[in-house]
Design a protein around this ligand. Structure first.
Ligand SMILES: Cc1ncc(COP(=O)(O)O)c(C=O)c1O
Length: 440
C-alpha cells in the first residue's frame, strides 16, 4: 500500500500514542507547511551567526551547556559526530555492550577500538541492566581516550553517572553521554527522576527532544559542557550534516526548548501524578514488575500477557514496544496536557490483568564475541555474504542491532565462535535477524 494511505490508515487507529515522537500530535503548530531552505535571514546550520545561533544559544542557556548544536539526523548523528570529533584511529573507546547502533557507526567513522564493558541481563525481563560502577571504573585504563555511556536507556535504566564522571575526570578521559531518552530530565527536579549527565559534568551530552519533548521526529541536539570541544564538534558536524537541513526540524527544536522551559516543570509534575496512578493501580492488579528504583518512570512498563497487544490495539492504544514479556509505554509531557490516553490505559488495566500470563522463560545473556580488529578495519575489508551457519570462525563485517531498540548484538571486527553462531541462529529462527551474515 502507498505510504501516504498507510499513514492515513494508521492515524485513524492510533488514537492513544504511547510511542515516539514525544509531541504525540498535540502541538498542531509544529506541523507548519512552510518548508524553506537557507533564505536570507534564516541563517546557516554550518556556520550559525544570527537566527539559528540565537536559538542554539537559548537552548544552551536553558540546559546550562557551554554550547548546543542542533541536529537534524537524530541523536544518531550527534553520537557519530561526538566520537568522530574526539577519537583518532586505533584509540580506545570504552562502552557498555548494550550501546546504540550509532556508537558502532561512530567507531567505524573514527577508526577507534572499542573496549566493551560487560553487563548483566535481567533474567526475567530480558533487558540489560546498566553497567555497575565497579565494572565501569575497573575497565577505565589510562590509555582510554573516551567513554560513551547510555543514560537513561530505552527502558529508563541509568548507570551511576556521578561516580563514573569523577573517575573519567581523574584520568582525563572524555565522557560522552547518550542521553537520547533524557531531554526531559532537566525539568524533573524533586520528581524522583534520575539526573541528567550535563549538570553532573559529562563533556558531551546528546539528546533527542523528538523522543521526550514536543519536537519533530529526527530533531535532536548535542550539548557541549567542555568548551574546548565546541570547535572540533562544529567542524565534524559540518562534514556529517546534510547541506539542506529542514527548517521545520530546526524550528521544532527552538520550540521544544522554549516550550519546555516555560511549561516543562509543571507538565512533568502533572505527569508524575498520572504515572503514579497508573503504577499504583497496576500493582494492585498484580501487574507489577521487579524494576529498579532509580529509573526513569516515564518509561512505563507492564508485563506482557497473552493477547496484550491485540487488546491494546482494539482500544486504539499503541505502545512504544512489545517485546518478550514486556510492554513499554512512553509517557511524555504531552500526556499531561491531554491525559485521555493515560485515562484509556488506566481503564483497561483490569482487562489487561485478566489475560493469562505468558509462559515464563528464563532468559540467558547472549555470548559476546571477542573484538579482534577495529570496526573500521573490518569495514574496509572485502566481505563475503554467507549463511549464518557457515559464519563459524569468521570475523563479522556487519553491524547487527535489530530495531527497536537498536541495541548492539554484533560489531564489525568481532570473531564468531560456535556459541555465537548458535545464538544468532536462534534469533534467525525467530526472524529477528536475516539468515545471512557479511563476514571477512
Ligand atoms: C539509547 C539510544 N541512543 C540513541 C538513539 C538514536 O536516537 P535517534 O533516533 O534520535 O537518532 C536511540 C534511538 O532509539 C536510542 O534508543
Amino acid at each position: 500500500m502507498e505510504l501516504r494511505r498507510k499513514m492515513a490508515q494508521l492515524a485513524s487507529k492510533d488514537r492513544f500514542s504511547f510511542h515516539m515522537p514525544g509531541h504525540k500530535g498535540r502541538f498542531p503548530g509544529l506541523f507548519g507547511q512552510y518548508d524553506p531552505t537557507e533564505l536570507p535571514g534564516l541563517d546557516n546550520l554550518h556556520d550559525p551567526r544570527n537566527t539559528l545561533k540565537d536559538a542554539q544559544d537559548r537552548v544552551a542557556e536553558i540546559y546550562g551547556a557551554a554550547k548546543t548544536f542542533f541536529l537534524v539526523n537524530g541523536s544518531s548523528g550527534g553520537i557519530m559526530a561526538a566520537i568522530t570529533a574526539l577519537v583518532r584511529p586505533g584509540e580506545l573507546v570504552l562502552t557498555p555492550r548494550n550501546c546504540h547502533k550509532s556508537v558502532l557507526a561512530g567507531l567505524i567513522l573514527s577508526g577507534a577500538m572499542p573496549l566493551w564493558v560487560d553487563q548483566t541481563l535481567c533474567p526475567t525481563l530480558g533487558h540489560w541492566l546498566p553497567p555497575t560502577a565497579a565494572a565501569l571504573e575497573g575497565a577505565l585504563a589510562p590509555s582510554i581516550r573516551a567513554a560513551i555511556l547510555t543514560s537513561p536507556d530505552y527502558y529508563g535504566y541509568v548507570p551511576d553517572l556521578a561516580s563514573f564522571i569523577g573517575a573519567c575526570k581523574k584520568r582525563a578521559t572524555y565522557l560522552i553521554v547518550d542521553e537520547a531518552h533524557g531531554a526531559h530530565l532537566h525539568w524533573g527536579h524533586g520528581l524522583g527522576l534520575p539526573p541528567s549527565a550535563l549538570p553532573l559534568g559529562a563533556d558531551l551530552v546528546v539528546q533527542s527532544p523528538h523522543k521526550t519533548l514536543p519536537a519533530l521526529t529526527q530533531s535532536a541536539w548535542l550539548h557541549v559542557k567542555n568548551p574546548a570541544l565546541a570547535g572540533p564538534l562544529q567542524e565534524t558536524l559540518n562534514i556529517l550534516h546534510t547541506t539542506s537541513p529542514s527548517y521545520l526540524l530546526l524550528r521544532s527544536l527552538e520550540f521544544a526548548g522554549t516550550w519546555a522551559d516555560t511549561w516543562g516543570a509543571a507538565a512533568l509534575r502533572r505527569l508524575y501524578y498520572l504515572a503514579k496512578a497508573l503504577s499504583l493501580r497496576s500493582s494492585q492488579l498484580g501487574l507489577e514488575l521487579p524494576l529498579a528504583r532509580n529509573r526513569d518512570w516515564s518509561k512505563f512498563l507492564l508485563p506482557r500477557r497473552r493477547g496484550t497487544e491485540a487488546l491494546l490495539r482494539s482500544r486504539g492504544i499503541y505502545p512504544e514496544l512489545v517485546q518478550g514479556n514486556l510492554v513499554l509505554f512512553m509517557l511524555t509531557m504531552a500526556d499531561a496536557l491531554a491525559p485521555a490516553g493515560i485515562a484509556a490505559l488506566y481503564a483497561l488495566l483490569p482487562s489487561l490483568a485478566a489475560l493469562s500470563p505468558m509462559a515464563s522463560e528464563k532468559i540467558s545473556p547472549p555470548p559476546f564475541p571477542r573484538q579482534e580488529i577495529t570496526p573500521r578495519e573490518a569495514w574496509e575489508k572485502p566481505g563475503q555474504r554467507v549463511p549464518l551457519a557457515r559464519a563459524r570462525g569468521r570475523i563479522s563485517r556487519q553491524v547487527l542491532a535489530p530495531y527497536p531498540p537498536g541495541t548492539m548484538l554484533l560489531c564489525p571486527g568481532q570473531r564468531l565462535e560456535t556459541e555465537h553462531v548458535e545464538y544468532l541462529l536462534d534469533l534467525q529462527a525467530k526472524k529477528v535477524i536475516p539468515s545471512w551474515l557479511e563476514v571477512i
